[in-house]
Design a binder for this molecule. Sequence first.
Ligand code: NDP
Length: 485
Amino acid sequence: MTDLQPQGSHFIGGRYVEDRAGAEIEVIYPATGAVIARLHAATPAIIGQAVAAAAAAQADWAAMTGTERGRVLRRAADLIRARNRDLSVLETHDTGKPLQETLVADAASGADALEYFGGLAGSLTGEHIPVGGGDFVYTTREPLGVCLGIGAWNYPTQIACWKAAPALACGNAMIFKPSETTPLCALKLAEILIEAGAPAGLFNVVQGYGETGAALTAHPGIAKVSLTGSVPTGRKVAAQAAGLMKHVTMELGGKSPLIVFEDADLESAISAAINGNFYSSGQICSNGTRVFVHRAIREAFLSRLTERLGHAVIGDPLDEATNFGPMTSAAQLEIALGYVAAGLAEGARLVTGGTRIDRPGFWMTPAVFADVTDDMRIAREEIFGPVMSVLDFEEEEDVITRANDTEFGLAGGVFTRDLARAHRVIGRIRAGSCYINTYNLTPVEAPFGGVKASGFGRENSREAINHYSEVKSVYVCLGKTEAAF
Ligand code: NDP
């Protein structure tokens, strides 16, 4: 699989760059444990080179019309769509996610973001505000400068595109630091943007561990940091950025509630619970990992869920029939198995799965716990793996209180055929991204992001524009200017 080895670790100023002095990064195919590429973390020289290249490109890019910038982004979207299969195969190697998923959820979602924000770029205008006496204020929406994107390892292509598309549409340049676990996909986006006509240096990829992210965050040439990662990392990055008065977007973790009332369409609710716990082997921030099921339908829910999990096709992720792949890293597998052990130790009932699969790579079976109580670790802590907790409830008021009793606030869902109840309950769920009778859909047109410890700022939709630009107001006086003395 030597063809997965990129021509260099970093992509700066429109070309691959290498500096072997940086710490080695081994890229491992999660389905087999084989090393498929070797890269190097950025040295200070690489970081300096990336910031200089981005700053130089940004000035010219911001001077172009929005329509011209949008054209480049939309061309990049077309190129991604035309190469969807190759990019999906690469994403599968980077993450281990089944090709059945990556063909529809990764490069395709990235292309949507580039197309959407490419379409918006030409209409990012300000306001005209009359202020009396013929005077007026006009506003302009200005780019921030060089933005830093730091990515998690679960959706490397999507995360890079969700950050790059609005940033570039607004006239910024970007440096993207992927997780060292999945460093390959963002390099392809960098290649494609150049091919689409982006100036060299507009979108750069710098590889490295957490310390590289920290060094970039601290760099005076960086105006904004957008992180997708865990809450502990978010606290560190936000604190560092706050000290330097930089803009931040924080897309962090969750422990989201999915509430299934007794009148729910049971098959749909089970589909949502499966998607919201086992898609991408459960490695999704917005997953509904606390599934509150009304006591009247709990046993029917569990037995049908178990039956449907029996149809999971676990195996070679490159086989399109496979719908459940490995965990992305050995470390994440151990974390998930550790939570299975914790659930058993705390007295939850393991209904199915939760066992290590004895084959090379990082494999386990999807786990469902029942009789979970609110105080158990599996009900309180983000696992980021295929471990579903099913909790019982009887009263609407009680389940709302319990659903909100968490430090997180990323997502939430409710299943009921009662329209009034659906809106009443979802209206009281403290979360940024909510669902009624479905779960975990993230179209680019809709804002995405969390409240409380799950972060702040929003990705996607027009909302993202506010986080990659700032408003300048210009007061225009048509008369004389007077003074007291
Ligand atoms: P981490 O928080 O461990 O890492 C996220 C990124 O931050 C990585 O690129 C990491 O580098 C980097 N990093 C680590 N320390 C620092 C630092 N001090 N300064 C700057 N950058 C740093 O998250 P994971 O990669 O493990 O991803 C899983 C987490 O991401 C989960 O909590 C999940 O919920 C969350 N997530 C949130 C999403 C959302 O949109 N809300 C979407 C997807 C995931 P390195 O990997 O090299 O350490």
